[in-house]
Design a protein around this ligand. Sequence first.
Ligand code: NAG
Ligand code: NAG
Length: 343
Amino acid sequence: MTEIGRWRWVGLSAFVHALLLIRYSSGLPLVHPLRAAVDRVNERGPFIGLVMAYSSEAQAVRSSGEFVPCSDIPMLDLYGILISTPPTPNNHVDFEFLTVGRAKMSLNAGITVQIVLDVFDVRGVVHFGIAGSANDSLSFGDVSVPKFLAFTGSWTWTKFNSAKGSSPDLFFGEYNIPSESKNWLSSIEYKTEELFQVGKEMQYVFWLQVDPEWFQVAENLQVALQRCVNETYCLPETPKVVFGLKGSTDDVFVNNAAYRKFLFEEFGVSTIDEESAAVLMTAMSPGVPAIVFRGVSDLAGGEESWSSTDLSDLASINAFKVALEFIAAIGKEKHQLMPKEMI
Ligand SMILES: *[C@@H]1O[C@H](CO)[C@@H](O)[C@H](O)[C@H]1NC(C)=O
Ligand SMILES: *[C@@H]1O[C@H](CO)[C@@H](O)[C@H](O)[C@H]1NC(C)=O
């Protein structure tokens, strides 16, 4: 090799090395105590980030036996967000996934997803959890894989006596009993969100759509769901997976039959939760695919015979089963279609 050729080679390899370092370096500051651990974890990426909110959901992951944290760095506590790191893909799930907790309520969910995307080598976000039902055709234990999600907690509170606006409104007086009349609370008008995405103009959106390609993969899944809570307590029918419905997210725990019916009638919403839209929107901004699986644990108000605490474990387990099958399906696709694919 000539002298110039050699220097070119050294220069090129330094460049490639620098690229590799960039590829594997976390977004943490150099002095961050977890930086070395995060870099070690990232060497095994890209990962799927599995994001959940409630402890019953984390319990569903633990008790499934499908996720055994790696022995050297089983858990990273990043700003209070607990991130479990897997050892190697097992036989069933042909893809590594990080499990991420502390995403309860939309603010935390958004922050958590943003941190995970910034710090880890993550190629997509799978969010699963429990939800309240607003759709009478859904049964407890069913899992909804929504196509559209809206944040229904962003309102303009209108003045007394104001006329109906162009956006959907909720007039409190329409719910007065014994009969409809005016009400000092007047009405609330639902607002759109500002969606910022890399390389695009800001858009006002009400409905956020989950990743269409991932949704297609999910639609082809055949998952047997669990019917019994324990040996003596089983649901009347085997739960089902439903695809393509609408879900709503709000920083409110909805336990009110009138409001649940309003959301169903006005927006066609089937499930109500406190995180999904925030998880989706945060992933959409940098263009990372995301999908949502929500198990029905309760009726969002007005139920008589079932208590939601009885069924949240079953709903979490069923939602996790579908999420896991999805991760397995995506992993197989990765090997077939994109051997070195990155986000
Ligand atoms: C309610 O859920 C059922 C599935 O159980 C579905 O077929 C129907 O389209 C849903 N309704 C709406 C308005 O989305
Ligand atoms: C089964 O679950 C139901 C509902 O949570 C509970 O009331 C009952 O005590 C449980 N039975 C056993 C044997 O654990």
